[in-house]
Design a protein around this ligand. Structure first.
Ligand code: PMP
Length: 360
């Protein structure tokens, strides 16, 4: 049993209790093998079966077309900031890599790409202090790809729709929004995501890439452990993968399928965030700065209008079993992350505590 708390951490984030209980029950003696899944070879038939099932479940959940490879990698989303331009180095020759700037994470991706390719901004919402989506996009035939961040985890800014970039390959850092609702994978050239929000524990990084792009000539310094084509050819077992994280991701994918898949998740997630935004908007005590059309379903930043009470609020929340509501160190304030594993009751509990604190 775990204590009755709700964990609003932005990542590594709360995981479904049912999944953790299953993993716990299976931990010491996995499939009656007398060992845990962490203690067997990644090349054993038992583990490769898990790896395959995880991929199948993910393909089913996200309706991933057959002409896309699904890669289970490491190094976090940060490694993909370099992995994308390094793997697509050949595509970028004589061209430019386009980046959409909507906040801290997209900016980091742009800065890193500039070390390998000619990277430039195609749109930015900086002039709104990142409280809106960019208004105009400078797209042209010189762009080898366009990279954007569908959900800025720190800023709490999310694109409600997939942007239309015509025929230019679209690349998305979906770290904090993947699996939160249905998405049309065929609109993307590549999707990547660190696992530690909606997929599973930290350590695993998912890359979903259109197969024709695997033929691009990589940067000569690309390490094998970051090479998409090698990962595809080796069923993501080029070297030792994070086996426990991969197994847990499989349990989470199946938990999502049982819960009704991504359509059901999208409905719940939309409801959860709407309830919290409605409360914050109606309040004289709290404030969310993000324009309604750009508000994230997954990460809801908010401030107390009287900022001197921040620390008191966080203490009060913790005393009531609401954990990790502190905003990112770069922006301060508060942030409630409402990933798939946060039940609706957690949002109700948060609103209850916000109300009690406002009245105190
Ligand atoms: N992109 C986004 C949108 C993120 O939220 C994060 C982590 N919070 C990162 C990139 C960096 O991920 P990692 O720590 O897995 O490298």
């Amino acid at each position: 049993m775990r204590s009755q708390t709700y964990n609003f951490c932005s990542g590594p984030a709360t995981l479904p209790t049912a999944v953790l209980s299953k993993a716990q029950a299976e931990l010491l003696d996995w499939q009656k093998m007398g060992v845990s899944i962490m203690e067997i070879s990644h090349r054993s038939p038992e583990f490769t079966a898990v790896a395959k099932k995880a991929e199948q479940s993910l393909r089913q959940l996200m309706s991933i077309p057959d002409d896309y490879a699904v890669l289970f990698m490491q190094g976090g989303a940060t490694q993909q900031f370099s992995g994308v331009p390094m793997n697509f180095f050949g595509l970028c020759e004589g061209k430019q890599a386009g980046y959409v700037d909507t906040g801290i994470w997209s900016r980091k991706a742009l800065d890193e790409a500039g070390r390998y390719v000619d990277a430039r901004l195609v749109a930015s919402s900086k002039d709104s202090n990142y409280t809106r989506l960019p208004e105009s996009w400078a797209l042209d035939e010189k762009l080898a790809y366009v990279h954007y961040t569908p959900n800025e985890t720190i800023g709490g800014v999310e694109f409600p729709h997939i942007p239309d970039v015509g025929d230019i390959p679209l690349i998305a850092d979906m770290s904090s929004t993947i699996l939160s609702r249905p998405i049309d994978v065929s609109k993307f050239a590549l999707i990547y995501a660190g696992a530690q929000k909606n997929i599973g524990p930290a350590g695993l990084t998912l890359v979903i890439v259109r197969r024709d792009l695997l033929d691009a000539t990589p940067h000569s310094a690309l390490p094998p452990t970051m090479n998409y084509r090698l990962f595809d050819e080796n069923d993501s077992m080029l070297n030792t993968p994070p086996t426990f994280g991969w197994y847990l991701a499989w349990l989470i994918f199946d938990w999502l399928i049982e819960a009704g898949g991504l359509t059901a998740m999208g409905e719940v997630n939309s409801r959860k965030s709407a309830r919290l935004y409605n409360y914050l908007d109606a309040s004289d005590v709290y404030h969310n700065p993000i324009h309604p059309e750009a508000r994230s379903w997954m990460n809801v930043p908010f401030v107390l209008k009287d900022e001197s009470r921040n620390a008191a609020f966080l203490k009060f929340a913790e005393e009531h079993g609401l954990l990790n509501l502190k905003g990112h160190r770069s922006v301060g304030g508060m942030r409630a992350s409402l990933y798939n594993a946060m039940p609706e009751a957690g949002v109700d509990a948060l609103i209850d505590v916000l109300t009690k604190f406002a009245e105190s």
